[in-house]
Design a protein around this ligand. Structure first.
Ligand code: GCO
Length: 486
């Protein structure tokens, strides 16, 4: 069977996030974010790494964009740091912050690279956390609307593709359930309340976008993982349906259908942790269908019937961050111990190999993911992240021979091509990431980029950029629009 070609205008890209690359944490009037604060808590990140300097993209964006252009990149996904635009999260606008992003966008456009702008990639202004308890208060929706309004007004004519929230599933679970992200909580009631408020903010952002940027396209980016039953036993299959509902439909149904999936909602109600829905909320959610869904794909999960009785989740706080895998249904240490989710139990998949960080490598799961989402929501998809974190080494010749990354991306793009042949409508594919960047919890040990960034001491000021072998591989792939992938 011959595979279909990628669409002519397919957006081959790469992605990043402000906190992970920009540095310049207090430059030109930027206010602090919750990540500037969270990384100061001992033991939260590997060797206490933080984004104060990151890879200094704030000062080197021109050099980075030149490298993108030499690679032939068609799209670049980046996020805006809210507290650069509004240092207090609301109120006074910081002109320098806005200028930075407009310059960045202009530079991309000058090189014919399509900018893909993420509004929220986790770095909430600290002022909003302190004043309103962050996403736990509806006041923050108004602040988010102001932030969106400022960006739509300034960049709406230049940027076509907009992402509202990046991986709402990941940052809310990590932040409110597993204390691995700010605000450092382990409280499922708070998790679902904050999550609902973010859903409302997402809807408001899309509604406002329709008015201010009528020609643009907007949607959230979701960290999707397909769920497999461990066996063909009906109990395991039922467990996998529960896990799909809880891990995927819980968010995507709200975005696309404006309602929460029934089974999980009832389950949460019985536990007393369902979100508080006020009058008007559901109407608002229904008015904000996205234009596309951004899909971040790393891996899925396998589940079995949960036979273990509820236990406590006390030990959560001293969890070792390196074991944290945000895409897992439950962190390893907590498997089956969470009294809130007795509907399934996470399990090892005997058919899949893992990365150095224990993430399953599952290219076929990528095709499954794209088909599942497309079938259920009938919206064009944009792969906004996919990639491999690894410990890259510089050889004596000064090169980085990351064949493992090439292999990983090749297999995933191959499966994506099969999904296109199946009929999935795809706008583009952004590999994670363009340059190496700060891993939120793993510092610079875990690298994802096509371009190596030398952060060794003797090179600290230089922060030399070195294209890896995968850079040249991706360049060729883009040049023939994925024709020769095999
Ligand atoms: C890491 C993570 C991130 C995420 C990304 C999600 O190691 O910190 O893998 O890089 O993939 O921020 O959107």
């Amino acid at each position: 069977d011959k595979l279909e070609a990628f669409p002519e205008d397919f957006l081959w890209g790469a992605a990043s996030a402000a906190y992970q690359i920009e540095g310049a944490f207090d430059a030109d009037g930027k206010g602090p974010s919750i990540w500037d604060e969270f990384t100061k808590i001992p033991g939260k990140t590997f060797e206490g790494t933080n984004g104060d300097v990151a890879i200094d993209h704030y000062n080197r964006y021109k050099e980075d964009i030149r490298l993108m252009s030499e690679m032939g990149l068609k799209a670049y996904r980046f996020s805006v740091s809210w507290s650069r635009i509004l240092p207090d999260g609301e109120g006074k606008v910081n002109k320098e912050g806005l200028d930075f992003y407009e310059n960045l966008v202009d530079e991309l456009i000058a090189y014919n690279i399509e900018p893909v702008l993420t509004l929220y990639h986790w770095d909430l202004p600290l002022a909003l956390q302190e004043k309103y308890k962050g996403w736990e208060s509806r006041e923050v929706i108004q602040a988010f609307k102001q932030y969106c309004q400022v960006l739509y007004g300034r960049l709406g004519k230049k940027v076509t593709y907009w992402v509202t929230f990046n991986e709402q599933n990941v940052f809310t679970s990590m932040g409110y359930r597993w204390a691995s992200h700010p605000p450092n909580a382990t409280d499922t009631k708070r998790l679902f309340e904050a999550n609902h408020i973010i859903n409302l903010a997402n809807a408001e952002a899309i509604k406002l976008f329709r008015k201010m940027v009528p020609k643009g396209k907007i949607g959230p980016s979701f960290g999707y993982g397909p769920v497999y039953p461990l066996s063909a036993s009906p109990d395991d299959v039922l467990a996998s349906e529960n896990a799909t509902d809880f891990n995927n439909s819980w968010w995507l149904d709200v975005y696309c259908k404006g309602k929460y999936p029934t089974f999980t909602f009832k389950q949460l109600e019985r536990k007393g942790i369902a979100p508080t829905i006020e009058s008007g909320d559901l109407e608002l959610l229904k008015q904000a269908k996205p234009d596309f869904l951004g899909i971040n794909y790393y891996h899925g999960g396998t589940v079995a019937q949960n036979k273990i009785e509820s236990k406590s989740i006390e030990s959560l706080n001293d969890k070792n961050f390196s074991a944290t895998d945000p895409y897992l249904m439950q962190p390893k240490e907590e498997q089956s111990q969470s009294p809130e989710v007795p509907m399934f139990q996470s399990s090892e998949n005997p058919y899949l190999n893992k990365t150095e960080w224990g993430w399953e490598i599952d290219p076929v799961g990528f095709r499954v993911a794209l088909r599942e989402v497309y079938a259920r929501y009938d919206l064009p998809l944009f792969v906004t992240e996919n990639g491999l974190g690894a410990k890259d080494m510089v050889t004596d010749e000064g090169t980085i021979e990351d064949d493992y990354r090439i292999d990983y991306l090749n297999q995933h793009i191959m499966e994506m091509k099969k999904a296109v042949t199946d009929g999935v409508e795809l706008i583009g594919y952004c590999a994670w990431s363009f340059t190496d960047l700060l891993s939120w919890l793993n510092g610079y040990k875990k690298r994802y980029g096509f371009v190596y960034v030398d952060r060794t001491e003797q090179d600290e000021k230089e922060m030399r950029r070195i294209p890896k072998k995968s850079y040249h591989w991706y360049k060729e792939l883009i040049a023939d629009n994925g024709e020769n992938i095999n």
